[in-house]
Design a protein around this ligand. Structure first.
Ligand code: ADP
Ligand code: TRP
Length: 331
């Protein structure tokens, strides 16, 4: 059986871009395949930059509740919180003892920070770099290697980290002349769609242009009304192919509804009216999920129980791996 594993860093409220670009495709795959799927909330990765306890706790809960509300079935997917699996940290140390320091100097996130410091004329090029950020790829390698992962679905920016995991695993296997650690492969979805945000750029927390999935109906409508448009008058024909509203509408509406809105664009439609159509389509799809999400928010223990159950399952696998490693390494 193949193992597919991925981690989500809790950094803020999940948005429509995450929902369409990552959550729904992953759930579709997890519900249909005969693979062992592990999905975890990488709270220790967030700790490299999030130093406010309440924020980290809230973000971790939001990610877990979002996946569950969107349909993750804990009987099919092992869902857990990274910090509940101490074996990850044990492996992380082992891996770091086989990782040349120079390797880490090449990590994208670290290099980007150094470059920022250089450009800002800082004399200390490591300004703002904590050891957690520096070792980020080692911890991520431990996440992956602990579970004999075959495939790691990730975005382009994380591919280098999966290669680090392969390289480190190879070094260890070579040293002990044994296939102790499985070499994982990154998988990038072919047609990863880019969902535009309120300003037309890629929807992203870092641009502050997101539509969080589980806003109240009222806030959702208000946000959709903020989508940036041009200043064409209502009666002017409009081009659906360059319209953020239409782009988003296509993701939520039926074929028939899409054709109808397209016809209205060609005839001339006011932006307010187009936005109202979009709001209705999004709200229709999200409403049952929002209800489930709100239910989970009112009953956080339910989420915690699911995470604990997941951690139990994950640790069964993890403990075996660690004991094999300890034996082989002479610990
Ligand atoms: P953000 O840019 O808001 O910080 P993340 O980098 O945390 O989002 O993305 C988490 C997942 O959601 C990734 O798999 C990423 O590919 C997907 N994703 C994020 N934004 C979008 C978007 N605008 N369109 C499609 N997929 C997205
Ligand atoms: N670093 C990933 C990100 O920022 C999150 C992550 C942590 C992860 N550990 C992982 C992803 C292991 C895949 C596998 O998105």
């Amino acid at each position: 059986m193949k193992t597919v594993l991925t981690g989500i860093k809790p950094t803020g409220k999940p948005h429509i871009g995450n929902y369409l670009g990552a959550i729904m495709p992953a759930l579709k795959q997890a519900n249909s395949s005969d693979t062992r799927t592990l999905l975890f909330i990488a709270d220790y990765h967030s700790l490299t930059s999030m130093h406010k306890a309440e924020e980290l706790k809230a973000a971790t809960f939001e990610v877990a509740a979002t996946w569950l509300a969107c349909g993750l079935d804990p009987d099919k997917v092992i869902i857990y919180r990274q910090s509940d699996i101490p074996e990850i940290f044990e492996l992380s140390w082992i891996l770091s003892c086989f990782t040349p320091k120079g390797f880490m100097n090449r990590a994208h996130a670290y290099k980007a920070r150094v470059q920022e410091n250089q450009e800002a004329g800082k004399s200390d090029l490591d300004f703002g770099v904590n050891m957690g950020l520096y070792l980020y790829p080692v911890l991520m390698s431990a996440d992956i290697l602990l579970f004999d992962t075959d495939t790691v679905p990730v975005g382009e920016d994380q591919v280098q980290h999966v290669e680090f995991a392969r390289d480190i695993a190879q070094k260890i296997n070579h040293n002990y002349k044994k296939e102790l650690l499985k070499l994982p492969k990154a998988s990038i979805q072919d047609s990863v769609k880019t969902i535009p945000g309120l300003d037309g750029r890629k929807m992203s927390k870092s641009y502050g242009n997101t539509i969080p999935i589980f806003e109240t109906e009222k806030k959702l409508r208000k946000l959709i009304m903020k989508i940036v448009t041009d200043s064409l008058p209502p009666e002017a024909p409009k081009d659906p192919s360059t319209s953020t509203i239409f782009h988003l509408y296509k993701e939520f509406a039926s074929e028939k509804e899409i054709a109808e809105l397209k016809a209205l664009y060609e005839k001339g439609i006011g932006w307010g009216e187009a936005k109202q159509h979009l709001f209705e389509a999004v709200n229709k799809e999200i409403t049952p999920l929002r209800e489930k999400y709100n239910e989970l928010c009112e009953n956080p223990q339910q989420v915690e129980d699911i995470l604990q159950e997941g951690a139990k399952k994950a640790r069964l696998i993890a403990k075996d791996k660690i004991s094999l490693l300890r034996q082989t390494l002479g610990l």
